[in-house]
Write a protein that binds this ligand. Structure first.
Ligand code: IMP
Length: 432
């Protein structure tokens, strides 16, 4: 039997304001699932006038009685997990094992992962510009197998100690070989600390694929909440300037244990412009100085990383890239976010093709080094030059704003079903 499940997925380089769309859809679902990434994600949700910033927990946790699940495809730092649980509990959100589960198969991030990443990123030429949360090294250990440790192992003290005593000395040797002053670690100290975290996490640790499959049998609807954006997908994004998981819908099946054929609705979330944090090619980036449009968008849109506080790189909307990611993630519809941020501009550009080595192309190149050489081909549309934060239906938008949204839909070949004109839940236009 197949159930109607939904996935909310970013179609750019992350930070598309997916949390707001998840929040809008929670009423139609009973479960919300994170299937990829870890505490590298930054989700900001404004709810009942309060701002919540989440990194590891699904934002759907803010909408009881929705049950939140951290799937097996996520990498979990127990310190962050417990920090977020306590912060939310402190803010009056009820969190208990009934509404939060974490997969026993999710991999654990250890302090040596963070140090491994720090060393890798300290080489300016090789750096990816990561969030520094140990995400990549943890996934590397998962795939390497001999040094990966999963959440379920926290519940078996002797076993965990034996594994760490085997792994940590090897990690220390590698770290010191790379940099003689690198931090090293003591297996027993880490083990004691993690066993303590494990005891607190114990009630939340579950066989989540089984939980979700039972949910499907009980005709419960599941909302999948992607972290990052499709252009950061390790297989399909702008490799190597990507994250280490499948941040497109490709990660749903492997990262949750729910067969992807249950997905009947994929909402592709896009900003009305483009941003990116970290290194890597970005053809439509606006490098136009402190008085330029790029800086204006950054300031108006408060485009600073939720996790690291880094200023996000800003640029025009790239329809070539989003056509590619919309197809890849199987998007059925588009949610256009942060349209209000553009309200003060005289005109906009949309990238409709690239020039690559003197040739015009409309397919997204499959290699980052080729994308680096692409020059955007733009079309220009007029601005609307007035506030739109009060608009509640498409008819309330200025004609130029409607034309801009319609043009995005036309270029991507998908209907726009949601337009967001501000951070609050009410500042949303449902287009059907
Ligand atoms: P990592 O995920 O920390 O390994 O970082 C890899 C790349 O993904 C870097 O360019 C990060 O800036 C980017 N990245 C990771 N998480 C997010 C996110 O939630 N939003 C936007 N970019 C992200």
């Amino acid at each position: 039997m197949r159930m109607s499940c939904t996935c909310v997925v970013g179609l750019q380089w992350g930070d598309e304001a997916k949390g707001k769309i998840v929040d809008l859809l929670t009423a139609e679902h009973q479960f919300v699932v994170r299937y990829n990434g870890g505490a590298n994600a930054g989700h900001t949700v404004v709810k009942n006038g309060k701002t919540y910033k989440l990194s590891l927990l699904p934002t759907g946790i803010l909408s009881p009685p929705l049950r939140a699940v951290i799937g097996n495809g996520v990498v979990v730092n127990p310190v962050r997990f417990l920090e977020e649980v306590r912060t939310l509990q402190g803010a009056g959100i009820a969190i208990d094992p009934h509404n939060l589960a974490v997969s026993d198969h999710a991999h654990l991030i250890f302090p040596y992962h963070v140090e491994e990443e720090r060393l890798g990123e300290s080489d300016a030429d090789a750096a990816i510009g990561t969030t520094g949360r140990g995400i990549g090294p943890c996934y590397a250990d998962k795939v390497a197998r001999s040094s990966g440790i999963r959440v379920g192992e926290l519940l078996y003290p002797d076993h965990l100690r034996a594994r760490l005593r085997q792994i940590v000395p090897r990690k220390n040797a590698i770290l010191r070989a790379v940099l003689p002053t690198a931090r090293t670690f003591d297996a027993d100290t880490i083990c004691d600390e993690y066993l303590g975290h494990g005891q607190v996490m114990r009630p939340f640790i579950t066989d989540t694929p089984r939980l979700l499959q039972q949910a499907l049998r009980d005709r419960q609807r599941i909302l999948f909440e992607a972290a990052q954006g499709t252009l950061l997908d390790v297989d399909h994004g702008t490799y190597p300037y990507v994250t280490s998981s499948n941040s497109s819908t490709a990660g749903v099946w492997s990262g949750s244990g729910v067969p992807a054929r249950n997905l009947t609705r994929v909402v592709g979330v896009i900003k009305a412009y483009t941003t990116r944090v970290g290194r890597g090619p970005f053809p439509t980036e606006l490098n136009d100085g402190p008085d330029g449009i790029g800086e204006k968008i950054r300031k108006t849109g408060r485009e600073y990383g939720t996790v690291t506080g880094r200023p996000r790189r800003c640029g025009w909307f790239d329809a070539v890239a989003v056509r590619y990611t919309a197809a890849l993630s199987g998007a059925d519809e588009l949610a256009v976010m942060l349209l209000d941020v553009l309200s003060d501009l005289d005109e906009f550009r949309i990238c409709t093709a690239y020039e690559l080595d003197g040739r015009r192309i409309t397919d997204f190149p499959s290699d980052a080094f080729l994308l680096e050489r692409c020059k955007p081909v733009y079309e220009t549309l007029p601005g609307w030059k007035r506030e739109i934060g009060e608009a509640r239906k498409a008819g309330d938008l200025p004609t130029a704003a409607r034309r801009y949204v319609d043009r995005l839909a036309e270029l991507i070949g998908l209907p726009v079903t949601i337009v967001s004109v501000g951070p609050d839940r009410e500042q949303t236009i449902l287009c059907r």
